[in-house]
Write a protein that binds this ligand. Structure first.
Ligand SMILES: NC(=O)c1ccc[n+]([C@@H]2O[C@H](COP(=O)([O-])OP(=O)(O)OC[C@H]3O[C@@H](n4cnc5c(N)ncnc54)[C@H](OP(=O)(O)O)[C@@H]3O)[C@@H](O)[C@H]2O)c1
Length: 328
């Protein structure tokens, strides 16, 4: 059987290009579960992969770090034909063909059976970004955060992680403050549940190692000076999660927030997160996330629009979540 896929190749000069191709089933690589993909999505990691940033480690390869679809064949006892499943992270788009295709073959360990409340389209509306937002909320809860402790900050607010984090935290009863570089999107952020929107620049300039205590918790996907300032402004025994680096990989901070205020900094990795934690996160997404609200963050593109849309994402000009309809 043949299927359509976006195939990434690398030139001898190291430039990564993609082309829509028709592949045969023999292009499916190692795995014990076959899936007809219904939807994929676009994450920041996809954008940097297509820009040639050393994410894709073997060429040619189908990029796309996420997919959701229906099992068509399985040698894994946990899955049977007809099951709705989701895969995010692992080696997808690194060494294993990923989600920008109509078919995939993967190890069953990489798949999660979707909760009844989440269909394949909503699974990809959530995707790696939404899973990461949920893992961040779980880490804050594990560090003892409750709505009664005070305000929670979300940076990179209009992005995929930020948008879902705001919707989740607001639904759980937190007063959410959104930090964004897009003043025109303040209404969008308020509709998601932000009680207040602050300018990105307020956090991106060098500041003191400890400052007035404001945040009981924070979900940061920006990194760099922003994360250093967030730590400096976090209240006694508050907690901050870090998952991204759109604003820089460095962390120009001191130990003072940790040793004077007992602040917790929790690292979030969605790529190799253990299976049990993923199941817990998808269950919580099914119960805590308002899927109607999530719909307001969505845009939808066909497979051949992925490269151009990824470039816009790298420029920071997009908002919310981008679904990829692999059958268009
Ligand atoms: N650790 C993990 O497992 C994991 C999983 C998912 C994502 N991530 C990382 O998390 C980050 C966000 O991912 P995403 O999918 O949410 O990306 P995204 O949809 O592109 O959103 C990023 C947001 O960050 C803000 N931003 C962009 N450029 C910025 C800059 N130079 N300085 C400060 N803010 C900037 C923008 O929001 P505003 O305009 O509203 O400020 C943008 O919408 C990325 O670094 C990604 O690699 C990590």
């Amino acid at each position: 059987m043949s299927f359509r896929a976006l195939l990434a190749s690398r030139s001898s000069e190291g430039e990564v290009t993609t082309k829509l191709e028709t592949l045969q089933d023999d292009a499916l690589v190692d795995g014990n579960v076959d899936v007809d993909i219904a939807w994929s999505n676009l994450n920041y990691k996809d954008a940097i992969a297509l820009a040639g940033f050393n994410i894709i480690q073997s060429f040619p390869l189908v990029p796309g770090i996420d997919f959701a679809g229906t099992v068509t064949a399985s040698q894994d006892p946990h899955f049977k034909p007809g099951d709705s499943v989701v895969a995010t992270g692992w080696n997808l788009s690194q060494t294993h063909n990923g989600g920008f295709a109509q078919r995939a073959r993967v190890p069953g360990d990489w798949l999660i059976n979707l909760p009844d409340a989440i269909d394949t389209r909503n699974a990809m509306a959530i995707g790696t970004a939404g899973l990461t937002a949920m893992l961040s909320v779980l880490a804050l809860e594990q560090a003892g955060l409750t709505p009664a402790r005070g305000e929670v900050l979300v940076t990179g607010a209009t992005g995929g992680v930020g948008s879902v984090a705001i919707a989740l935290l607001a639904a759980l009863g937190y007063r959410v403050v959104a930090s964004s570089g897009k003043p025109a999107e303040a209404d969008y952020l308020r509709k998601l549940g932000a009680a207040e929107v602050i300018a990105r620049e307020k956090l991106s300039q060098p500041g003191p190692p400890v400052a007035a205590e404001r945040w009981a918790g924070a979900i940061d996907s920006v990194g760099g000076q922003t994360l250093a300032n967030v730590l400096a402004q976090t209240s006694y025994r508050g907690a901050v999660t870090t998952c991204g680096f759109v604003g820089g990989r460095e962390l120009p901070a001191t130990v003072l927030p940790f040793i004077l205020r007992g602040v917790t900094l929790a690292g979030i990795d969605s790529v190799q997160a253990p299976h049990g934690l993923r199941e817990q996160a998808w269950k919580r997404l099914a119960s805590d996330l308002d899927l109607n609200l999530l719909a307001s963050t969505l845009s939808e593109i066909p497979l051949d629009a992925v490269p151009d849309t990824a470039r816009q994402m790298l420029g920071g000009s997009r908002k919310g979540r981008t679904l990829v309809n692999v059958n268009r």
